[in-house]
Design a protein around this ligand. Structure first.
Ligand code: GLA
Length: 388
């Protein structure tokens, strides 16, 4: 599979630029297993990098021009490194532009580059195709130019590109795991300190199955920003009564229970989701380290209920998909994943039942909604790597 995709991106590069690429890298999409809307609350997350990824092939040029070809859009864009501006037509290129701009601003001496990018992370379904492009481009530049930059720092460059250049206010989870994920592991990340740890998640006997409701929503949506503002409001209120609260991450379950009745209802529900979700992520690290997949699956189920009822980021399509997935053969759990309001669910499914699970969910969801879902049977893979 990887070999085929390497060949494909190499062929695109040859055709567009008439030469061989010097380097090929890949960076994966991700699934959020736990840690729903906790990253921007300086809390904990537990995503995994997937076997869906973006491949980037590139060679340095002797000038200041960036020539970037997207195989997915069959489009070539060109711009000088000295003047990186937003592209309102080829919006995919803003991820490339943003990363190069902030790499430059961080003091890295860049050089012009020819690159071809080709990805199989579904766009707009919540598996972070954008973070995969950002990390593929950043890692490709690192491989070509040879500058020193730690994984967390490259992830921060990607997040800046997303926040300040593309203009979407996401947390650090997506870029971080795309850069630093590990095969057969989930990634436990403290989003305040950026300390991280790989926890075993063996994906031979258990598969990560992602089911796309096919309902699309852009993250630019105001709902995401509204949730962030509600969390900030919860912090403002709680910090009046609890010392040293800078983010919801600092509020313990005990303190929350003591003061929650003083909060307006909506604010209380948002804070409760985040505070208990942080607890679930901490617990998940323990149970996965002990190989207890049953308990892990229960935490994912609880996460969905909380995201639906307290954080209110689910929708009819996601709830229907979760219901169908939970009843399908081999299912251990199901929850919405990522920002919500559409996009995908994630389930853990016993390997021997995966085909039956996929069939049951395909037919079940089509019968209930009239829409055929896309289903991805995934394994946990390495973050960004050089493939050639
Ligand atoms: C999106 C964002 C992430 C995170 C999730 C919700 O995927 O990109 O940073 O906030 O939503 O957990």
């Amino acid at each position: 599979m990887t070999q085929e995709r390497v060949k494909e991106v190499t062929d695109h590069f040859r055709r567009v630029f008439g030469s061989e690429p010097q380097r090929i890298v890949r960076a994966p999409g991700r699934v959020e297993l736990l840690g729903n809307h906790t990253d921007y609350n300086e809390g904990f997350v537990l995503p995994a990098a997937l076997d869906l990824d973006v491949m980037a092939a590139g060679s340095l040029r002797n000038d200041d021009l960036v020539s970037a070809y997207s195989a997915n859009f069959d489009t070539l864009v060109e711009f000088p490194l000295s003047r990186i501006e937003k592209d309102l037509v080829n919006t995919w290129s803003n991820y490339v532009r943003g990363v190069l701009k902030f790499l430059g601003e961080s003091g890295v001496r860049l050089q012009g580059v020819n690159m071809a990018i080709s990805g199989n992370v579904p766009v707009g379904s919540g598996l972070s195709s954008s973070a995969a492009i950002e990390m593929a481009v950043g890692f490709l530049m690192q491989a070509l130019v040879g500058f020193e930059m730690s994984g967390p720092d490259l992830a921060l460059i990607g997040q800046r590109a997303e926040n300040e250049f593309v203009g979407v206010s996401t947390g650090i989870m997506d870029q971080f795991v795309s850069r630093l994920g590990k095969k057969d592991h989930a990634l436990f990340l403290d989003c305040r300190t950026l300390c991280y740890e790989h926890v075993p998640l063996e994906t031979r006997s258990i598969k990560i199955v992602v089911c796309d409701t096919m309902k699309r929503r852009g993250l630019v949506d105001s709902e995401y920003d509204q949730r962030r503002a509600q969390c900030e409001e919860a912090v403002r209120l709680l910090s009046q009564w609890i010392p040293n609260v800078r983010a919801l991450r600092d509020v313990s379950k005990g303190d929350f229970e003591l003061y929650k009745d003083r909060l307006p209802e909506v604010i209380r529900k948002r804070a409760q989701h985040v505070i208990y979700e942080n607890e679930r992520v901490l617990k998940s690290r323990e149970v996965l380290n002990a190989g207890d997949y049953e308990s892990f699956a229960r935490l994912l189920d609880e996460c969905h209920e909380s995201a639906r009822d307290l954080y209110e980021v689910s929708c009819a399509e996601l709830d229907t998909m979760v219901e169908i997935c939970r009843q399908a053969p081999g299912a251990m759990c199901a929850r919405l994943t990522g920002a919500g309001f559409g996009g995908c669910t994630v389930s853990l499914v016993r390997d021997e039942h995966v085909d039956a699970f996929v069939n049951a969910v395909k037919t079940g969801y089509a019968e209930r909604t009239g829409v055929t879902p896309a289903i991805y049977v995934c394994t946990a893979e390495d973050g960004a790597s050089i493939v050639q």
